[in-house]
Design a protein around this ligand. Structure first.
Ligand code: PLP
Length: 347
């Protein structure tokens, strides 16, 4: 296990003592039978927060996304989404395997795109030859695009296009609360207009496990069936749902600290030799930077960092991602900047 300053992901957080207490004390029952009161409480709370009429608790946001695609699409349909979205790069080809859909990537380095791009990507011809463009998925915040929060007018632009084209819409809001804290928009406003929304509890919210998929009540029976099909029906899941309830009460406002720490890190890295920092005004808790030196390889740089107790995610050749979270304090950021500067100055 890595013991240093860990920017690998905001999934690296450990449950806090008060969160653990709430988990231990949670009333529980059999979730699969609809008898776990804490899971039901989390589902109701999340549905309301996101302005939807139903929600299901799931083991992961990956499963939530995969269920949403199956809910909205028929086999052979097309799924439109950013080329660098989690659905396409990190769900093991799930859209093809579980739903039998075609991937229709939208070119966008930031993960944000426009209604105009949706209209250009949409397939207008109908007939026996053509797959049907069925579902548009939006990732907010974008992950590999830089951890960016969509502005309201950017969301409106793609939702309007989707409506004109009669596309179903899914919001992969795995880091929805980073978008909430960044933009000041409510979760309900950010999720409005989407037919379904994924919320991950084990990212910036700091839970050990879990995600929620919110949607319209008329789909409840189908979603519950898909949950069973995917092996996602649970037993005394209230122990996990309790962490979600705790996080929604206690961990939302503190996300601002993560964003401030990411800004501090970006500023600290900027002056350091051999690095190029990708800065963006819509960034939240992620800092992407590039290794631009020819003196040693990106692999060697990564190894030197690990030897000195600093870990990043090595997302592409010469490109690293740092994610700030609950278990990283301002002092850790400052210490990490010092270590990185010292490594780079020695090269
Ligand atoms: C992490 C992530 C997921 C998947 O979340 P898990 O709970 O780890 O399965 C989905 N979408 C995005 C954008 C993510 O960053």
């Amino acid at each position: 296990m890595f013991k240093g300053i860990d920017f690998y992901s905001d999934t690296m957080t450990k449950p806090t003592p008060p969160m653990l207490r709430q988990m231990v004390e949670a009333p529980v029952g059999d979730e699969q039978k609809g008898e776990d009161p804490t899971t039901i409480a989390l589902e109701e709370k999340t549905a309301e927060l996101l302005g939807k009429t139903a929600a299901v608790f799931l083991p992961s946001a990956t499963m939530a996304n995969q269920i949403a695609i199956q809910l909205h699409c028929n086999r052979g349909d097309e799924l439109l989404a950013a080329e660098n979205c989690h659905l396409f790069f990190a769900e093991a080809g799930g859209p093809a395997i579980h739903s039998g859909v075609m991937s229709r990537p939208i070119a966008t380095p930031t993960g944000i795109f426009t209604g105009e791009q949706v209209k250009k990507t949409f397939r207008y011809w109908l007939g026996p030859h053509y797959p049907v463009s069925r579902l548009l998925s939006v990732e907010n915040t974008t992950n590999m695009g830089g951890g960016l929060a969509w502005a309201k007018d950017e969301l409106d632009s793609v939702l309007e296009a989707a409506k004109d084209l009669k596309l179903k819409t899914h919001l992969d809001g795995s880091r929805l609360f980073n978008a909430v804290v960044k933009t000041g928009l409510s979760p309900k406003v950010i999720a409005s207009g989407f037919d379904s929304t994924t919320l991950c509890l084990s990212k910036g919210l700091g839970c050990p496990v879990g995600a929620v998929l919110a949607f319209d009540k008329e789909h409840s029976e189908k979603v519950r069936r898909l949950k069973q099909l995917m092996g996602g029906a649970l037993r005394q899941s209230g122990i996990l749902a309790a962490a979600g309830l705790y996080a929604l009460e206690n961990h939302v406002h503190r996300i601002k600290e993560d964003h401030d720490n990411a800004t501090l890190l970006a500023q600290g890295l900027e002056g350091i030799a051999h690095l190029y920092v990708e800065k963006h005004p819509q960034a939240t808790n992620m800092v992407f930077f590039r290794w631009v030196s020819k003196k040693i390889s990106d692999q060697d740089f990564r190894k030197r960092l690990l030897d000195r107790g600093v870990r990043f995610s090595h997302v592409d050749p010469n490109r690293f991602r740092a994610v700030t979270h609950l278990n990283l304090a301002k002092a850790d950021i400052e210490k990490a900047i010092g270590i990185i500067r010292s490594i780079c100055n020695d090269i």
